[in-house]
Structures are given as structure tokens and as C-alpha cells.
Design a protein around this ligand. Structure first.
Ligand code: AMP
Ligand code: TRP
Length: 331
């Protein structure tokens, strides 16, 4: 029998999950849960690269875990946990950091963007952020990493770090593959469809959050930027409409061609309203699940405690091997 592949992914608990996070990442996480060993992490240490208000951060972290569950991830099938509960993530970060060049980290576009946005807090954690991400992945001998397109560069660095380590110290890590959805790897801003939809966009109308009310979703969709072509077509020249078609197709399972042909000759107004309704329908069970889980904090606590326990065991196995490979004296 073939060994089940290991899957690892995570999202940073800041703000609130967006429709982009769902379509680019969470939807695939769920799709992988039956045929793979999956670990889904709330990467809370990554969030600390930007200053957080401790009280708010605590609530957001728990809310993220609840949103993972509300989106349908089965805690019996997946290991769901907080990064900070498994200290080997930080330990491996140090070791891998000693094998990562400053030049490599300097090339990361996310670092450049984020340091541009946070000029008063360009801290060393922000710089070494991709090493922590590599540690997350390599710690579990991960084969597949389902992420949106914006993580491609970090994944490539992770692969380089793993291969270099294996070369120097002997086969230790799997060199992971990236798993990107064919459609929806980059959901765009509703206001500036040349930019990705982001949790931290200053324009509130640009982003749909999974927790948005039905009214808010309808309003944001009605305001979505389109074009003056007056034709519902899936092409780069019409990025706003292309993005809405992508959203519609990803949430309904209809192919791009089906969506386009269903709306042939119809106006943008009707298409935007229908897309809003697709999102609202899709989010209805999500919101109900969220409410039910929020009323059951003991269940939530049980999920992350059990998750951390399992992850800890797997992480320690890898770390024992890593320490041995490097010549560190075993405890
Ligand atoms: P983050 O919000 O940066 O923690 O991202 C969590 C996951 O969602 C990562 O796999 C991202 O690649 C993915 N993601 C974030 N924004 C988008 C987007 N606009 N379209 C598709 N995937 C996204
Ligand atoms: N850097 C990722 C993001 O911003 C989040 C992340 C951290 C991650 N560690 C990871 C994603 C490991 C996949 C695997 O989206």
C-alpha cells in the first residue's frame, strides 16, 4: 500500500478570514482531508511579526480555529493546532536560520512589501518569517502544501532550505510540493482587481470576510469594480468580471464555461447580485457552524489540545533526527 501523503498548511491569525483565504486555501484543505494526513495550523507566532494587541490577538486566534472548523474541517481527520503550542517550530527555525542566507531572505517580495507598510517596525522576525514557515512545513516531513499563489516564493525557499540541509547532513526532510488550485489561487480585490484580496486592505469594500453579514456582502458586491465592455467574459482584459466569475465558479462547482454561458447577454448588475447570493448561500452553513462552535468552548479547547499533543509527538521525532544529524548531544 502506498503511504498517505502528509499535508501541512496554515493561516496567520490577524483580522478575519477572507473569501480569498477560503477559495485559495481552506477549500482545498477540506478536499485533501480524506486521502492524506493533514495538519492545519494557526500560525500565531507569524502574526507577532506585526505588533498585536494581546487581548484582541487572543480572541482572534480562537476565532480563527473556530472558523477552520466552521468551514468544515473535521477535527477527527485532521490535526488542528496552534503553532505556539509546539515549541519545536521555534527550535527548528533557529537551526534552519543558520543555513539560510541573508541574500535569500532579502529577495522575498512579501518582506519588501511588509517592511514598506510597517516602516516603524521592520523587526528581525519579519525578516526571518520565511524560515519559520519552512520550519512549520519541514518539521512534519510534509509532502504537499496547499496555499494561494502569494506563497510561491516562500515555498521555493523552503524547498531550497530542505535540499541544502539534506545535502549537508544526510536525507532528513521531504522536499515539499506546492498545491495551488487551478482556479482561485489569487482572488482579487473587489475595488482594485489588479491587487489580491487581502485581510488588511484599507478599503473596506475591497474584501469579503467570511464573517460579513448578508447585507454587507450584497453592498460590497454591488459596488464591485467592473468595466465598460458590457460582456460577461473570462479574460485578462476584464479583471473585475474575471474575478467574479472565478468566485462564482469556485463556490458553486460550475465550470468557468458554464458560468459564462449561463450569463451570456446578461447585464453586470444581475451578475453581481447573483454572485452575492452565491456567496451568501455558501456562507449560511458556515455561520451557523461558527455560532454553534462558539457556544461550545470546551469542544474547541479539546480540539486544539489534542491537536497540539499529536503534532508535538511528530515534531519531536523529526527534531530528534535533526539534532542527531547536526551532532547535538541528545537529551
Ligand atoms: P494569510 O491570510 O496571508 O495568512 O493566508 C492564508 C492562506 O490564504 C495562504 O495559503 C494564502 O496563500 C491564501 N490567500 C490569502 N489571500 C488570498 C487570495 N486573495 N486569493 C487566494 N488565496 C489567498
Ligand atoms: N505565510 C503564510 C501566509 O501568509 C502562512 C503560513 C505560515 C503557512 N506557515 C505556513 C502556509 C506553512 C503554509 C505552510 O499565508
Amino acid at each position: 500500500m502506498k503511504r498517505k501523503k502528509i499535508v501541512f498548511s496554515g493561516a496567520q491569525p490577524t483580522g478575519s478570514l477572507t473569501l480569498g483565504n477560503y477559495i485559495g486555501a481552506l477549500q482545498n484543505w477540506k478536499a485533501l482531508e480524506n486521502e492524506h494526513h493533514c495538519l492545519y495550523c494557526i500560525v500565531d507566532l507569524h502574526s507577532l511579526t506585526v505588533r498585536q494587541d494581546p487581548k484582541e490577538f487572543h480572541g482572534i486566534s480562537l476565532s480563527f480555529l473556530t472558523q477552520y472548523l466552521a468551514s468544515g474541517l473535521d477535527p477527527e481527520k485532521n490535526i488542528i493546532f496552534f503553532q505556539s503550542h509546539v515549541p519545536q517550530h521555534a527550535e527548528l527555525t533557529w537551526i534552519l536560520g543558520c543555513g539560510t542566507y541573508v541574500g535569500e531572505l532579502n529577495r522575498m517580495t512579501q518582506f519588501k512589501d511588509k517592511s514598506e507598510k510597517n516602516k516603524d517596525n521592520v523587526n528581525s522576525g519579519l525578516f526571518t518569517y520565511p524560515v519559520l514557515m519552512a520550519a512549520d512545513i519541514l518539521l512534519y516531513k510534509t509532502d504537499l502544501v496547499p496555499v494561494g499563489e502569494d506563497q510561491k516564493q516562500h515555498l521555493e525557499l523552503t524547498r531550497d532550505i530542505a535540499a541544502r540541509f539534506n545535502n549537508l547532513y544526510g536525507e532528513t526532510f521531504s522536499v515539499p510540493e506546492m498545491y495551488i488550485p487551478k482556479i482561485g489561487a489569487r482572488i482579487m480585490s473587489l475595488q482594485e482587481p489588479s491587487k489580491k484580496m487581502s485581510k488588511s486592505d484599507v478599503n473596506a469594500n475591497a474584501t469579503i470576510f467570511l464573517m460579513d453579514s448578508e447585507d454587507t456582502i450584497m453592498k460590497k458586491m454591488k459596488r464591485a469594480v467592473t468595466d465598460s465592455e458590457n460582456m460577461i467574459a473570462y479574460r485578462d482584459e476584464q479583471p473585475g468580471i474575471k474575478n467574479l466569475i472565478t468566485i462564482y465558479s469556485s463556490l458553486t462547482g460550475l465550470s468557468i464555461e458554464e458560468v459564462v454561458s449561463n450569463y451570456e447577454g446578461k447585464g453586470y448588475g444581475a451578475f453581481k447580485i447573483d454572485t452575492a447570493e452565491v456567496i451568501i448561500e455558501f456562507l449560511r452553513p458556515f455561520k451557523k457552524n461558527y455560532k454553534d462552535y462558539m457556544n461550545n468552548p470546551d469542544f474547541i479547547e479539546n480540539v486544539y489540545k489534542k491537536g497540539a499533543q499529536k503534532a508535538y509527538g511528530l515534531a519531536e521525532n523529526t527534531m530528534t533526527l535533526v539534532r542527531e544529524r547536526m551532532g547535538l548531544v541528545q537529551k
